[in-house]
Design a protein around this ligand. Structure first.
Ligand SMILES: [Zn+2]
Length: 165
């Protein structure tokens, strides 16, 4: 028997955009997480095919046609097997549908050009900063680790100057 968990989803920018006018402070959708093997496989499939496509786009500066069909197939499979049809709640969304919607929204217009590769963990993130200059997926995690690493290297270099200078 699959485990089903749900939680209120309040801070997803992509979902807010598709919710059409709901206040961001109100829950806009209940996220359904179905923990069965097939659903996990579909989520991983979307994640991997989206990573291949957008990572390649970041590195080449264009959307490569070679990886697009795989992403669309994984999204189609997700839509076909989505749990929403079993639910009559208008504001219920399965995790895999939320992931698929998010990946598709990056293909709209030039949004994919905002995808970056984190300089610390190598994950992909969407840079929505005003001047499009974010270097890390999360400043409080990866940004701080990079700053601490640079600080350590500067101190080490300075200590080396004292010993050898
Ligand atoms: Zn990171």
């Amino acid at each position: 028997m699959p485990t089903v968990a749900s939680s209120s989803f309040t801070d997803g920018a992509d979902l807010e955009a598709s919710a059409g006018g709901d206040s961001p402070s109100q829950p806009i959708a209940t996220l359904l997480v179905v923990d069965d093997e097939a659903a996990v496989r579909r989520v991983l499939d979307i994640r991997e095919s989206a990573d291949r496509l957008f990572r390649s786009a970041v590195l080449s500066g264009e959307l490569p046609n070679t990886h697009l069909p795989a992403l669309l197939r994984s999204i189609a499979s997700c839509v076909e097997n989505s749990q929403e049809s079993a639910s009559n709640a208008a504001h219920t969304l399965s995790f895999e549908s939320a992931l698929a919607t998010s990946a598709l929204s990056l293909l709209a217009g030039q949004e994919w050009r905002k995808v970056r590769i984190c300089r610390n963990c190598n994950w992909l993130f969407v840079d929505r900063s005003r001047n499009a200059s974010r270097l890390w997926c999360d400043m409080s995690v990866c940004g701080n680790r990079q700053k601490a690493k640079r600080h350590y290297e500067r101190r080490k270099a300075a200590a080396g100057d004292i010993v050898h200078g």
